[in-house]
Each structure stands twice: as structure tokens, then as C-alpha cells.
Design a protein around this ligand. Structure first.
Ligand code: ADQ
Length: 744
């Protein structure tokens, strides 16, 4: 039975019982009252009448008759009878009821101690025609009883009144039943309407939140969050399309603005005067460019190419990717001084060595810091020009822009700013080296989310905040609350698009191998190792070459057979430490080549230039082993690219344990790059690994990369941001935030 019908039935039965009980109580009480009332009236009448009846006793029946007729004039008096002491009738009104004749009544009212006398007496008798009140009163004169008078009162009026009262009660309870059912229903409906309207308003983020809604809202938020999590975490491949759909669902197609130092397409003027488009050697660009293709929006970056100015419109915009234009680059121009202080100085001579444990001394110059701050402000202003709403989604990339989040938040208090820090975060003690650590941390806390590659980086960041800032750390939710503003700290291990478009466009692995073999004159049956990096001291290129040298030293069987191709894109060449590294790598390669090289055999093939992705992937697909020997690396996408390139399930990855990638690609041969013997042994193992083992390892790593691809990376981050926005809307924080106030 439906719940509502049960409720109505219970209500009706309850009310019926109540009505029955109330009617019985009312009837009995009213009957008692009426009977008592009639008794006292009868007594009053008889007391008054008996005196004159006694006086007129001997005046004869006509006088008494007249008196009785006067008494019976009351419409409720049914009759009056005067009896003699011997119980014979003396006088009566006409048609006096026989049932109450003198013998009957006299015998009932007789005094027990004196059977010759009757006493005052009354009763109620029930006849088929109705109830009758009978009262008896002796008629006495000078203490002598002459007879008695019987007065009959019609009590049928009581029944009539009882019936009326019953009817009234029924009607009253009927009305009550309707009210008891109808009023709560109306109130419940009205309250439900009000509640659902209020909830809808709060869920949309409107207005102030009343206290009574807080518990239900937090439950709903948790439930919605859990449901959204379930849906977002649903198994299945993340693709550009799924990312697009997720964004539409969560962010209603809002435009995304990326702020990064490096632009994804650089226009360079070549020697012959033409303009060519270059894909920079940058892990950040590798990961984010496919995301931007999927989401569209604006990528704000430093215009660093020699033909960049010639290729922008009047708003410094250029539409990319060339030929498939789906988003804009907004180029920002920097002077030599700005580049020197912001890019080379603080970013790459200060923060880069500060965050990497690679034995390079961080340099912090006050003038560089001034430039860093000014350039961050310049980029933050450009970002604010580019947004198209009050609460845009802004993805700030990397250590070049630690101050920008707070600057953006100051101008756009309701923006969702997500920072992704692509390099490791140092431990709190090391962070203390930075003279502007507090300003730096404050700048980052202007964001809604700060993302790192690993949980270890998140922990180090929280420790730094704990040590240097006056904030509340919510360890349960991995969040930092500073002056009412909340920043989530989350690990988002970066990844590659899947499938990788360069792999799809590449020749078969056999063809790639044949091309490389031809190009470098490698012998049939030779082995090839590959390393692909920006020429950076954190990548452990020197250690890598030394490990190859040790392999040749310890395993003579590889001499003349194993060559290692190192693709090294010149990077940050204005910095002395990078110039030194360039020279060092060149020297080490030359020494090894001299030591083990023979005519027609070159152990180290050093290719110190930028290579377009197609060329890089050709090497990945041709090689037997890829060695990533970073001394410290946030993630390292080269390791993932090598695995992605091996559609033939051949080749072995030797991977430094100091990369973020080592936590995910556990089927690689994991090494400590400082341990040259161990690393060279790993290279030997890789070169002799049976094909089925290579395939097993590759298959497992490839399935991980397919599942945890860059669309998932971006999707998770943006979905977290969307949830945060919703929570802020629901809790009314957005509405409460002052329009011009800063959260810092
Ligand atoms: P990077 O330090 O740039 O990135 P990495 O992740 O290895 O390091 O990415 C390098 C990219 O540049 C790869 O796509 C690679 O193919 C390309 N590349 C390298 N050498 C090249 C060459 N000679 N010619 C052309 N292309 C070359 C930073 C962090 C990393 C983190 C990424 C992404 O230092 O730890 O993985 O960001 O978050």
C-alpha cells in the first residue's frame, strides 16, 4: 500500500475511534446533567405544589384537578397523579400512564421502616416510547401523610439533544479530519517547494546560505562529489573528445587561458630568409599542447622566435596549430633586461637549481628578483586582458610564474587559478635558501590548486608552508587556508597524449631503424642506445656517457657494436653553467670516442641541436635501449615518449630512480645514475634482454601510458577545479568575496 494511503487510513481510523469515544463521553455526561436538571425541577415543582395540594385535599377533586392541570401545562410534564395513602388513585391528569399507577409507584417509594408511608423518591424508566422521569413527593398536613403526588417528565428531549450533539460531533470531527490531513499536506507541499527552490538557488551559488541548510548542503556536496568522482573515474580511455565533453559538463564551455613562459609554436627566420615553425624542446609544451588543442582558448607566452613579431596580428595573437587553427597564442614581448633578470636570473639560475638536487649553487640577485616580479606582473596583466569572464579558468605553468597567481587573483578575485609546478619541490630546509621564499609562497597561494608530479613534492610544499608561513594547513584535505582563501595541493603526474600523433605519423620501427643505420653508418647487428634531452646538468648527460664508457670497459663484447646517440637540444645557453656543461659533454664524448672508437665505429654520436619531434621519434623507434639518467627530474617525458614510440614492443628503458617517471614505469630497469657500475650493468642487461621479456615490459608500460594519458591528467585537474568552483558557489564564498578585495 502506498505510504500516503497508509497515512490517510491510519488518520481516519484514529479519528473515528476518537469521535466514538468523544461521543460516548459527551452523551453520558449530558444525559446525567439533563436528568439531574429534570430531577431538581421536578422536586422544585412538587415541593411548591404539595403544600397547596394538602390545603386543598378536602376541597374536593375538581379543585385538585384544576391544580394538576396547571402543573401539567409545562410541555415536558407528561402527567400528574395524586394517590391516596392506601395506594388508590385520587385525581390524575387525563391519560396518565398506567405503568406508573399508584400501586406500582407507591410500593417502590414506600418507607422501609413504615410501610404505611411513602417517601420522596425519583427514578428514570425506559418505555418503548422513550424514557420517562418519575418523581414522587408525599402530601402531608400536620405531620400526617394524606397521600402522595406522582409527576411524570418526558425525557425524550434528552435523546433528541444527544442525537444533535452526536451529529455536531461527527461534523466537527469530519472537519477536523479534513484539516488534519489537508493542512499538513498543504504545509508540507509549500515547505517542499520553498526548500527545493532554496536548495536550487544555493546549488547555483546564489546569495547567502542559511544555517538550517548547512548540514544538508554539505551532505549533498559530498554525495555529488562522490557521484562525480565515480563518473570521472569510470574506466575507459581518456581521449581529447572525452576531455572536451568533461569540460563542457563541468565548465560550461568556458575558455581556458594558459600562462607559460614557452610558446608551443615558435616562428624562426631561417638562413634563406623564409619563416619556419619550430616545436620547442620542452616537456611542458609536449604535455600541454594536446590539451589546448582539445579545449581551445588562449596560450599566453613569451614571444621568443626571431620571426614571432612578424607573424602576429595587431593584438599580438597568432592562431595555431598551423593548418588546423584551434586556439590562439598571445605573445608577450620581453626586453633583454627583463629576460636576463626574470628568465635567466631568478628562474634558471635561482629556482631551477634550488628545486633540483643536482649540485648547482642557486644564485639569487636582488636586481633579478625585481625583474622577476615586474615580468610576473606584466604577464598577469596580459592574462587579465585575455579572459572573457569574471571567473575564468587560468592554468599557470611552472616556476617562471610563482608570483602571477596572487597578482591575477588581485584583479580577478573569483578566477580559478591552477598552478602546475613541472619541476620537483625542494624540502623545507633547502627552500630556506631563497631570500624571497615568503613572497614566492604567498604568490603561489593565490591559486585555487597547486599541482605537482608526485605526493613527495606535495609533502615538501606543505612542509615549506608550515615552516615559513602563517597559515592553517588542513592535512586531511591537503589544503592550505590563508586569510580565508583555500588552496588545494594535489599530485597530478603529467603524461603524454595517447595515441601520440608523432608515432602515428612515423614510419615503421624497421624503416626508422634502417634510416638511422644508413644515416650513421652503423653495421648490421650493431646495437643503438639513445638519449634525448635539453642540454641541462639535471639530466645527467655526463653521467650517462660515463656509464656507456664503463659498459664498453667492462663488457668488451659491445666494443665496435654498441653506439649511443645523444640528442642534446642547446638550452639556456647564456648561463655559464650551461656553457660549461656543453663543453664538458663534448669533451667526455670525444674522449670516449677516442678511447673506444675505431675506423667505421663511433661509440658516442653527439647531436647537439634541436630536433623536430618526427626526428626524435625516429631515434626512439630505431634504438635498442633508451637511457634516461636524470640526477633529479620532476617527471621526465622522454622516458614516456620512448615507451609510446615502441609499437613493436621492442627496446628497453633504463631509467633513473630520481625521476618522477620511475614511480610509474616500474617495468623499466631502474638505476642510480651516480652509480656508474650499476648503470653500465643495467645497460648490458638491456642489450641482452630476450625479446619476449622486452615485450612483456613494454606491454605493461604502454597500457599504463594509454590509461594515464595527458587528457586524464588535464581532466582530473580541471574537474577538481570545477568541483572547487561549485563548492565555493554553493557555500556562497564567491558571492561573499568583496569585488576588489584580495585573498592574500
Ligand atoms: P623538461 O625539463 O623539458 O620538462 P622532459 O619532461 O624530459 O623535460 O621533456 C623534454 C621534451 O623535450 C620532450 O618532449 C623531448 O622529446 C623534447 N626534447 C628533448 N631533447 C630534445 C631535442 N634535442 N630536440 C628536440 N626535442 C627534444 C619539465 C620538467 C620535467 C617534466 C616536464 C613536463 O623538467 O621533469 O617532465 O617539464 O612536466
Amino acid at each position: 500500500m502506498p505510504r500516503m494511503a497508509q497515512f490517510v487510513l491510519a488518520l481516519l481510523v484514529g479519528l473515528a475511534l476518537l469521535t466514538w469515544a468523544a461521543a460516548s463521553v459527551v452523551e453520558n455526561t449530558a444525559r446525567g446533567w439533563f436528568e439531574r436538571d429534570v430531577s431538581s425541577r421536578a422536586r422544585l415543582v412538587l415541593v411548591g405544589a404539595t403544600h397547596s395540594l394538602a390545603n386543598n385535599w378536602y376541597a374536593g377533586p375538581p379543585v385538585l384537578q384544576k391544580q394538576l392541570n396547571d402543573l401539567a401545562r409545562d410541555e415536558r410534564v407528561m402527567g400528574v397523579l395524586i394517590c391516596n395513602a392506601d395506594l388508590t388513585a385520587h385525581v390524575s391528569t387525563p391519560e396518565f400512564l398506567e405503568e406508573f399507577g399508584c400501586p406500582v409507584v407507591g410500593s417502590r417509594a414506600r418507607v422501609e421502616t413504615n410501610p404505611a408511608a411513602v417517601q420522596e423518591w425519583h427514578t428514570v424508566a425506559t418505555l418503548p416510547t422513550g424514557r420517562v422521569h418519575v418523581s414522587v413527593m408525599p402530601i402531608e398536613s400536620q405531620e400526617q401523610q394524606m397521600g402522595f403526588v406522582v409527576l411524570l417528565h418526558d425525557l425524550s428531549f434528552i435523546e433528541r439533544r444527544e442525537a444533535q450533539a452526536r451529529k455536531f460531533l461527527l461534523i466537527a470531527f469530519g472537519v477536523l479530519a479534513i484539516m488534519a490531513f489537508g493542512v499538513p499536506m498543504f504545509v508540507a507541499k509549500w515547505a517542499r517547494y520553498g526548500w527545493s527552490n532554496e536548495l536550487r538557488r544555493l546549488m547555483r551559488g546564489g546569495g547567502k546560505q542559511s544555517l538550517e541548510f548547512q548540514p544538508i548542503l554539505s551532505d549533498m556536496r559530498e554525495l555529488v562529489g562522490r557521484m562525480a568522482n565515480d563518473r570521472e573515474d569510470a574506466p575507459g580511455q581518456w581521449t581529447a573528445e572525452r576531455l572536451k565533453q568533461t569540460l563542457n559538463r563541468h565548465l560550461h564551455g568556458e575558455k581556458i587561458v594558459i600562462l607559460a613562459n614557452r610558446e608551443p609554436y615558435i616562428h624562426q627566420r631561417t638562413a634563406d630568409g623564409s619563416i619556419e615553425v619550430q616545436h620547442p624542446a620542452s616537456g611542458l609544451v609536449t604535455a600541454l599542447e594536446p590539451v589546448m588543442r582539445a579545449c581551445s582558448g588562449v596560450w599566453v607566452a613569451h614571444g621568443s622566435g626571431s620571426a614571432d613579431r612578424e607573424t602576429v596580428d595587431e593584438n599580438d595573437h597568432v592562431r595555431v596549430p598551423p593548418g588546423e587553427e584551434s586556439y590562439h597564442i598571445r605573445r608577450v614581448w620581453l626586453s633583454e633586461e627583463e629576460q636576463q633578470g626574470y628568465y635567466y636570473g631568478i628562474s634558471n639560475e635561482g629556482l631551477w637549481p634550488l628545486c633540483h638536487v643536482a649540485h648547482a649553487r642557486p644564485m639569487f640577485r636582488a636586481e633579478d628578483w625585481r625583474q622577476y616580479r615586474a615580468v610576473n606582473q606584466k604577464f598577469a596583466d596580459v592574462v587579465c586582458e585575455e579572459v572573457d569572464s569574471k571567473d575564468p579558468i587560468i592554468l599557470v605553468q611552472d616556476y617562471h610564474f610563482a608570483l602571477a597567481p596572487a597578482m591575477i587573483r588581485k584583479r580577478l578575485p573569483t578566477a580559478t587559478v591552477i598552478v602546475f609546478w613541472h619541476i620537483p619541490w625542494p624540502n623545507a630546509g633547502r627552500m630556506g635558501i631563497c631570500p624571497w621564499r615568503q613572497e614566492l609562497l604567498e604568490g603561489l597561494l593565490g591559486s585555487s590548486i597547486v599541482g605537482f608530479h608526485t605526493q613527495l613534492d606535495c609533502n615538501n610544499f606543505l612542509d615549506s608552508i608550515d615552516r615559513y608561513m602563517e597559515t592553517r594547513i588542513d592535512r586531511e584535505h591537503n589544503a592550505i587556508v590563508m586569510r580565508g582563501h583555500r588552496t588545494l595541493i594535489r599530485p597530478y603526474p603529467i603524461a603524454l597524449e595517447w595515441p601520440v600523433r608523432w608515432v602515428e605519423a612515423a614510419p615503421s620501427p624497421e624503416e626508422c631503424r634502417a634510416q638511422v643505420w644508413r644515416e650513421f653508418g652503423l653495421k648490421p647487428g650493431a646495437f643503438l642506445g639513445v638519449g634525448v634531452d635539453r642540454l641541462d646538468y639535471t639530466k645527467g648527460i655526463e653521467e650517462r656517457l660515463l656509464a656507456v664508457e664503463m659498459l664498453l670497459e667492462r663488457h668488451p663484447e659491445f666494443r665496435g657494436k654498441f653506439s649511443f646517440a645523444q640528442l642534446a637540444a642547446p638550452s639556456r645557453t647564456k648561463i655559464e653553467r650551461y656553457q660549461d656543461l656543453n663543453e664538458l659533454v663534448e669533451k667526455v664524448a670525444a674522449r670516449i670516442n677516442e678511447r673506444f672508437g675505431t675506423p667505421g665505429y663511433q661509440p658516442i654520436i653527439l647531436l647537439r641541436s634541436h630536433h623536430e619531434p618526427a626526428a626524435v621519434y625516429r631515434f626512439f623507434r630505431a634504438a635498442d635501449v633508451c637511457y634516461v639518467s636524470s640526477l633529479h627530474d620532476g617527471m621526465n617525458l622522454v622516458a614516456k615518449e620512448f615507451v609510446a614510440a615502441r609499437t613493436d614492443l621492442k627496446g628497453v628503458l633504463v631509467l633513473s630512480e630520481f625521476t618522477g617517471a620511475a614511480r610509474e614505469l616500474t617495468e623499466a630497469l631502474i638505476v642510480n645514475p651516480y652509480d656508474l657500475e650499476g648503470s653500465s650493468e643495467a645497460l648490458a642487461v638491456a642489450l641482452t634482454m630476450p625479446l619476449d621479456e622486452q615485450a612483456d615490459r613494454m606491454r605493461s608500460m604502454r597500457s599504463l601510458l594509454a590509461q594515464f594519458n595527458v587528457y586524464r591528467w588535464a581532466g582530473k585537474m580541471l574537474v577538481d577545479a570545477a568541483r572547487l568552483r561549485n563548492q565555493e558557489r554553493v557555500s556562497g564564498r564567491l558571492a561573499a568575496r568583496p569585488a576588489t578585495g584580495t585573498t592574500l
